[in-house]
Every structure is written in C-alpha cells, then in structure tokens.
Design a protein around this ligand. Structure first.
Ligand code: NAD
Length: 380
C-alpha cells in the first residue's frame, strides 16, 4: 500500500529554477529526531525492505544491520544505539533487557506481531519502549495456512517428488474434498478472521474458539468451546498468540479430543503444541496429519542453513520422518507486501518514540504494560 506520508514523485520535465527555489529542500521527515537503530537477525531481505523505507521516509535515522540474533552474548553490539529491532527468535529476556538498558538503549522494536520472546515486565522495569507490528497482511499468513492445509490434504508435496522421478502412481495420494468439511479455528483475530473469509469460499463449515469473540466472525461460522471445536473439526488451524494460557494448548488430552484422522495446522507459534504428545498421536494414527510453519524448538535453527550440520533436535527429526507431516521454517509472513508493511510500521513506531508521540503499537507505555486482547486472562 502507498505510504500516505511518502513524498510526491518529482516532475518528469525540469522546470526553470527561480532564485527562491534554490533554498535547501526540507528534511523529508522534518519532525524526526536522529535515531540510531541496531537491527538484529537481519537477513538480506530485511535490509532491503527496511533501508528502502528508511531512505524514503526516515532519512535522519541511522541503521546498523547485524545478521545474528540478539542474545545475552550479542547484546553488547547494541552499544551506541537508541533502539534495537528484533524478530521472532531473538532473545529479549530480562538479562538482555538489563544489558540493553545499561548500554543506553531506550526502545525495542519488534518487526513481528507475536511478542512472546520479550519479557515485557522487565522492559517496563527498565522504562524501555516496546512496540510491535500488530498487523501486516494477515491475509499473507491466512493464505499460507490454507496452502499448507491443502498441500497436506491433497498430498501435493509427495506428488511433486514422485513425478520428478517418473512415478505417476496415485497410491497414497488420496485426499478429501474440502467443501462441506468442518474447520476449527482456534483464535479468531486478524489472521483467524482472514482464514475464515477464505475458507467460506471453499464451502467449509466453520467453528471457532476464542475467549474474546469478534462479532464479524459470526457472519462466517459459530463460536463453540474448545473441546466442542476439537470434537467436531476435520481440520484445526491455530491462530491464537503464545502466552501462559495457550502454551501446549494442543497436548495429549486435547489431541485425544480431536476426531480420528483430523489434520492440524499451526502457523502461529510452536509453543502452542506439545511436540512429544504430537509425535505420539501421529504414531498411533489418531492424528491424520500435521502442517507446521512453526516449531517449539525453532530458535537457533530456523532462518539458518543447517543442511551440512548434524541437527541435535531428535523430536524435530522424528517429525520429519512422517509422510503426513509437512514442515516449513516460519515463512507464513514472507510476502513482498508483508515485508513492506513491516518495514513501514517498524520505522513509524521508532518515529513515534523519537517524537514522544502516542504509539498505538506500544506494548509497554508510561511504565505500565498496556492491556491487549491477546495478553488478557482467558475467560472461557
Ligand atoms: P490477533 O491478536 O489479531 O488475534 C489473536 C486472537 O487470539 C485474538 O482474537 C485473541 O482474543 C485470541 N486469543 C487469546 N487468547 C486465546 C486463547 N486462550 N484461546 C484462543 N484464542 C485466544 O493476532 P493475529 O494477528 O491474528 O496473529 C495471531 C498469531 O499468529 C500471532 O500471535 C503470532 O504468534 C502468529 N503469527 C505468525 C506468523 C508466521 O509467519 N507464521 C506471522 C504473523 C503472526
């Protein structure tokens, strides 16, 4: 989307230059104080999208990119910065926040929606500003959840490998027609609602569980209790945030409540699923399949090339041996549109902080954590 604050395009033909127009051009963001930002876990695409928006809208900011994650070991690299920018697997724990605060860092900018990796109470104690990007193309994640669901359901991941070897047999590729099936959505926020809109187009019946129901969802389906959702659904897709109330929401007991042969999709956070219980349910055949974009042990593994390493995580390696497990490396967000929105919102959050403006994406404000729908206690 066009940034409303972007400068108008320059005229294509050179107008005569009158004397008064030789005054220096105004600063592209005249209210913006100079800010030094250290970006951690910066991949080439992060750098590309962030620097494009920084040069266009925030020329007074100076940005340093580190291709490694923020952790207790690397926090010292933020010395001299006003703010750090982090992603899903950076460690933003109490000790890291204490180090950052000692170094004079005053703001933590998440370039993602989930903030389960940030100790917000510690940030508050240190008086640090913390802001996230609550919404960036929720459709990007919802569309990816559907892509995973249908890949697993119709076995296109297996067909892809098979036909490349000249094997056109259909044995083992039988799927189920999505039309008329019941899909359970756990957590109907921005992404869950986008998924509901898409699945309605497939002709699915939708049920959802969310302790904070949204009236918009009732146009697409009905809210039910979690055990009813698990008992009714042919497919279950997780879209709630990871927090104390949702950690291992999918465990041995809740897996047992699912219909035999049901398929689970997780594009939210790995910690929502107890991996050992998941493996057990796959081994007995109770679970029909699982598609994971996220994994509870992904920190330190995802976003890096480990193809030449001996991966030590036996649960992850066991998961990847099942023919009915589809795994991706936390890429549901990864579209051009989402990267643009993430860069714009992250740097706007920093500008709000620099200018002491109200920031609607602040997670810790005036020394008090703000109440958010996804951090409030569970009511059902
Ligand atoms: P959101 O805040 O708009 O929606 C979250 C919903 O979960 C809310 O409606 C909330 O009421 C609900 N919820 C809270 N507690 C719950 C509980 N105990 N049980 C069920 N629902 C509960 O968030 P969103 O933008 O839709 O994103 C959802 C999650 O998706 C994020 O927290 C993030 O972890 C994940 N995510 C993943 C990717 C990716 O690339 N894989 C990208 C973006 C977001």
């Amino acid at each position: 989307p066009r940034n409303p604050r972007a400068l108008p395009s320059p005229p294509t033909t050179e107008p005569p230059t009158p004397e008064y127009s030789r005054r220096p051009l105004p600063d592209p963001s005249p209210t913006s104080a100079a800010m030094k930002l250290s970006v951690f876990s910066a991949k080439p695409y992060d750098q590309e999208y962030l620097s494009r928006v920084q040069q266009r809208d925030h020329a007074s900011f100076s940005v340093t990119y580190h291709d490694f994650a923020l952790s207790e070991k690397t926090a010292s690299l933020a010395a001299g910065s006003d703010a750090v920018c982090v992603f899903v697997n950076d460690v933003v724990s109490a000790p890291v926040l204490a180090s950052l605060s000692q170094l004079g860092v005053r703001a933590v900018l998440l370039r993602c929606a989930g903030f389960n990796n940030v100790d917000l109470a510690a940030a508050e104690r240190h008086g640090l500003f913390v802001a996230n990007v609550p919404s960036y193309s929720p459709e990007a994640v919802a569309e990816f959840a559907v892509a995973l669901l249908q890949t697993l359901n119709r076995r296109t991941h297996r067909a892809y490998n098979r036909v490349r070897e000249g094997n056109f047999s259909l044995d083992g590729l039988l799927g189920r027609t999505l039309h008329g099936k019941t899909v359970g959505i756990v957590g109907v926020g921005r992404i869950g609602l986008a998924l509901a809109r898409i699945l309605r187009g497939f002709g699915c019946r939708l049920v959802a569980y969310d302790p904070f129901p949204l009236p918009e969802f009732t146009e697409h389906g009905e809210y039910v209790a979690l055990d009813a959702l698990l008992a009714q659904s042919d497919f279950v897709s997780l879209h709630c945030p990871l927090m104390d109330a949702t950690k291992h929401v999918i465990n041995a007991a809740t897996l047992a409540q699912m219909r035999r042969g049901a398929v689970l999709v997780n594009t939210s956070r790995g910690g929502l699923i107890d991996t050992k219980a998941l493996i057990a349910a796959l081994k007995t055949g109770h679970l029909g399949g699982v598609a994971l974009d996220v994994y509870e042990g992904e920190g330190g593994l995802f976003y890096q090339d480990h193809s030449g390493d001996i991966i030590q995580d036996d649960d992850l390696m066991r998961l990847m041996t099942f023919p009915n497990v589809l795994m991706c490396g936390h890429q549901a967000f990864f579209t051009e549109e989402a990267l643009t929105e993430i860069a714009e919102c992250t740097l706007r959050n920093l500008e709000d902080f620099a200018e002491k403006r109200h920031c609607s994406n602040s997670l810790v404000s005036s020394g008090k954590p703000m109440v958010r729908r996804d951090s409030a206690p569970v009511r059902i």
